[in-house]
Structure formats: C-alpha cells, structure tokens
Design a protein around this ligand. Structure first.
Ligand SMILES: Cc1cc2nc3c(=O)[nH]c(=O)nc-3n(C[C@H](O)[C@H](O)[C@H](O)COP(=O)(O)OP(=O)(O)OC[C@H]3O[C@@H](n4cnc5c(N)ncnc54)[C@H](O)[C@@H]3O)c2cc1C
Length: 496
C-alpha cells in the first residue's frame, strides 16, 4: 500500500480512526509525520522511495548489528544525487519526521543507522570513487565501502586514510576514523579537503577549512551524524603504491596464551613508540565454544619499511605464538588483512575507553574484562578487548592539517574497544548484561583527559563530553541546527 493510500485512509476515515486519537500519543504523531514525509517524497522521487517489496526488505534488514535490522522504517529513500538528499531533508524537516542515515551499515549502536516510524536514507546508489591526479585528490560518495574504494584506487597507487576492515563504510570518517595509515596521517577525518553537506533544512553547502563553513568542516571531524548529511567527501590521498609495491612489512601473529606478556608489550608500545611508520592493533578475544572459553590473542603489526624493527616490535616477536604470518606487503595487502567484517545475524555491542600509563592499567583492564566475559559467557559467541595505539605523531599530523574536534592532548594513548558478539537467538542485550557492561566501563575508565572514540562507543557513553573541543562542538551545533531538529529526530551521540 502506498503512502498516499495509507494517509488517505487515515485522514478520510475519521469515524473509523479519529486523527485526535492518533495524535494523542507520541508514536502515533511520529507515524503520521513519517507518512506525510514519505507521501511527499513518493511524489517527488518516485521509485527512489520504497515502503515495501524486495528492495525495501533488503535495505531495512541490511544493518550489520542484528538489533538494527528489526526496525521498520516507514519508507526508505535511495538517493542518486545530493539534490535527492536535499529533497528528502526538506520533506523530513517540514513534516517533522524522524529519520536516519545509513552508509556502510556497520554502526554497532542500536538505532543510529535506522529508524522506526521515520524515513531511512540509504546510500546504496551513491558509491562512486575517483582520483584526480591533477588536483591529487580523492572523491568518495558516501555509499562506498573501504574495500571497494581501495580496490578502485590501487591502480593509481593511492589510497584514502580509511578503515581497517573492508565492509565498513564512510560513516567511519564522521567519528574520526582509525586507519593503518593514521600514525603518519592523523585520523581519517584529518584528511578532509572539502565536504558537501545537506544541512537539516535541506540546504546544500560545501565546507572547507577556510571558507565560511570552516566551523562545520571541523565539527564533522568527529561530530558523527549530528551536523548534516555528507554527500561528497574530497580527501587527501596517501601515495601508498600499487599492488606490486611491497613497501610495508607485517601481518598477523596469533597467540593462545601469554596475556600478561602481550599486555605489557602493548602498554609499552602505547607509552614509548612514536614512529609514524609503525602501526599496531592488539585484540584479546575470548571465544566460547560449547561453554569452553578459548582465548585467542591477535596482534597485527605493520611497518612502512623492509622489516619490523625489533626496537619497536621485539616484545611481540619474542612471545611464543601459535602462528606468525609476516612478510613484505603492499598497502593493498595491508588493507585486506582483516577481511570484510561482513558477518551478520548477531547482536553486536561496542564500548570505549582510552588508556595510557603503566603496565598495571592494561593488566587491570584485562582482568575486569576477562571476569565479565566468564561470568556472562552464556550470552556470548565472543568478547574482545582491543587496543589501537594513537601515537603522538597521529595527533600532531591532525593538528598540522588544521585540527579536529576530538582534539586529544599531546602524547600517545590507546583507543580501547570493548566488544561483544551475542549468541544466535539473543535479539537484544539482556538487562543484567547491559548493567554489567556499565560496571565494566566504570572499572576501565579513560585515563584523565583522553577522548573516547565515537566509532567504538556504547550509545549511552558521553563521548562528545570527552573531546578537547567540546565547547566548540556545542556552539557549532547550535549554529547549524538551532531548533535541535537532529537531536530530537535522529538517534546518535549524546551531549549536544
Ligand atoms: C567490523 C568492524 C570493523 C571496524 N573497523 C574500524 C576501523 O578499523 N577503524 C575505525 O575507525 N572504525 C572501525 N569500525 C567502526 C566504524 O568506523 C563505525 O561503526 C562507523 O560508524 C561505520 O560506518 P558505516 O558507514 O559502515 O556505518 P553506518 O552504520 O552506515 O553509519 C555510521 C553512523 O554514521 C552516520 N552516517 C553515515 N554516513 C553518513 C553521512 N554521509 N552523513 C551523515 N551521517 C552519516 C550514520 O547515520 C550512523 O550514525 C569498525 C566497525 C566494525 C563493525
């Protein structure tokens, strides 16, 4: 049934269904607002708007986190151009409808990339990527995934500073973005050159570091989905070389024990290593196989050079491993190491902390996380505690490019990800587990002054408050959305 006919029924059958009754509670008000927006959009955008059928179903259930596949958007808009996004936002804003935006679909946060009784804008028709050698610039449309972008750009010998997992999308930019290239280049968002943004009213603006929208430009480097819808990212490329250019060295090391030694090595790396050519991800995973806890600890070390220097990676290399696959790699190989990360069908949950300090801090974090994993094991396929070192070189690179809104203090730290994949059959996070997760956040608090990472947070964590430029973020939000439409009508980070 089309929106026209639904609204026709609702509005022309007052004896059966009174509008007064409908509007008497908030969800009915939302439903009517969404119907009105969808009705309008159907008239203007025709088949680019779907409210049922195969295209609708595939898009509505596309989200990576199972929780986000259970929402039923009133309609889904599949824009092909920024003008279509403008049309959508004008209708949404005028009707005061709820809405959501989905790019690569990998948000772990419940409700951030979909909507109940609202309009979902999904970017599956906007997936172009191009490289302009004269300008030395990469342009990405928001629907592309990192594996697609890196594959398309490899023949030119360039890469964007993008995600470490291929199936993730460009939403990564708006939370900052931690890349294998970050130690030398900054957060992925630090590479922004120009952003086309559809503001909440439907107005399309182009923001750069120096034009009248420079405040918006900065806010989008960490401000998530609160400031508008980005329809075009122009970013600085990194000249990483083609597939034949094996200028990196590294790979995957797998351990099944030695947590203490690995945590000490990680803590030391975070404290002491500040070489922009060195990058590391350390993931401590508890797998639960038929109630048995199987620990698997994975370290991914990479160096832009012919070998892994022992003064940087020696601690990890000397710990007995069950498997070590290291060798010369192109950046294309490095970017493919973690695969697509497209496994769907489970409730997924992220949480964030940020640490720097002595070994005990990392050992304590592990103990709390491990205890939590064991006590609540019946709920999980896996639990993960992952450390991404953010070295001072990354912070300096970001500042040299104009700075971002996250604005971490100088000196390195580790972005800490606390991550659970729930068992099949669990469709929402049980209350007692969420309470235990909240306790875990109190047990592993961020070291003083460090920012939490938006892309790896729990939806209730006060990430913005932890930013170095929180006041500027709030002021910029008030300027671009004075009616607080986005806070009221789309789910996303707290604190504005
Ligand atoms: C398997 C996996 C691996 C990951 N690896 C990394 C990693 O290596 N580095 C890292 O930094 N992060 C990583 N992340 C976190 C990831 O960056 C975030 O989940 C990110 O938000 C995903 O972006 P997306 O486009 O895939 O998701 P989506 O769910 O589509 O979007 C994420 C958020 O951004 C908003 N959004 C998306 N596009 C736009 C737009 N154009 N305009 C306005 N708002 C928009 C959405 O509304 C949503 O709130 C990973 C996540 C997963 C699940």
């Amino acid at each position: 049934m089309s929106f026209t006919s639904i609204c026709f029924l609702v509005f022309l059958a007052p004896t059966v269904l009174s509008i007064g009754t409908l509007c008497s509670n908030r969800s009915e008000t939302s439903r009517i607002a969404a119907w009105n927006a969808c009705n309008e959009l159907e008239l203007f955008l025709g088949p680019l708007v779907q409210s049922s059928g195969a295209m609708y179903e595939a898009a509505a259930t596309n989200a990576w986190n199972l929780q986000n596949t259970e929402y039923k958007p009133t309609c889904i808009v599949f824009p092909r151009t920024a003008a279509h996004v403008q049309t959508a936002m004008v209708a949404i804003y005028t009707a005061e409808s709820h809405y959501a935006v989905q790019a690569g679909s990998h948000s772990a946060m419940k409700g951030w990339n979909t909507v109940q009784d609202g309009v979902l804008i999904i970017f599956s028709n906007m997936k172009n990527v191009s490289y302009d050698a004269v300008k030395d610039s990469i342009v990405l449309e928001p629907g592309i995934h990192w594996e697609e972008a890196i594959t398309a750009l490899e023949p030119y010998g360039v890469a964007p500073v993008g995600g470490r997992v291929g199936g993730v999308g460009t939403g990564l930019f708006l939370g900052g973005g931690l890349s294998w290239l970050s130690p030398s280049q900054g957060y992925a968002a630090d590479t922004f050159r120009e952003l086309d943004v559809v503001l909440v009213t439907g107005e399309l603006v182009t923001a750069t570091a120096t034009n009248e929208y420079s405040d918006l430009f900065r806010a989008l480097k960490g401000g998530g989905n609160r400031f508008g819808i980005v329809t075009r990212y122009e970013v600085e490329p990194v000249h990483t070389g083609t597939k034949d250019n094996k200028s990196f060295f590294g790979g995957t090391i797998i351990y099944n024990s030695s947590a203490e030694a690995l945590l000490k090595a990680t803590a030391r790396f975070v404290r002491d290593v500040d070489d922009p050519k060195a990058v590391l991800l350390a993931s401590f995973i508890n797998m639960f196989v038929e109630d048995e806890l199987v620990p698997i600890y994975l370290v991914w070390p990479f160096y832009s050079g012919p070998e892994l220097p022992t003064n940087i990676f020696g601690d990890f290399l000397s710990i007995p491993a069950v498997s070590s696959q290291l060798g010369p790699l192109s950046y294309f190989d490095v970017a493919g190491t973690l695969g697509l990360g497209d496994d769907r069908g489970y409730v997924q949950h992220f949480g964030a902390s940020a640490l720097v300090g002595d070994d005990d801090l990392f050992l304590d974090a592990f103990d709390h996380w491990n205890n939590f994993s064991v006590v609540y094991k019946d709920n999980f396929n896996t639990t993960t505690l992952a450390f991404t070192p953010v070295p001072d070189s990354q912070i300096q690179a970001g500042r040299a490019k104009g700075g971002n809104i996250i604005s971490p203090p100088r000196g390195g730290f580790a972005a800490v990800q606390i991550y659970e994949t729930f068992r099949a059959g669990i469709n929402d996070i049980p209350q007692n587990v969420q309470q235990a997760i909240d306790v875990l956040f109190e047990q592993i608090p961020p070291s003083p002054g460090l920012p939490l990472y938006l892309n790896e947070c729990d939806s209730q964590q006060e990430v913005f408050q932890s930013y170095g430029e929180y006041e500027l973020l709030k002021n910029t939000y008030s300027k671009y959305d004075p009616g607080r439409f986005n806070v009221r009508h789309t789910q996303g980070p707290l604190g504005l």
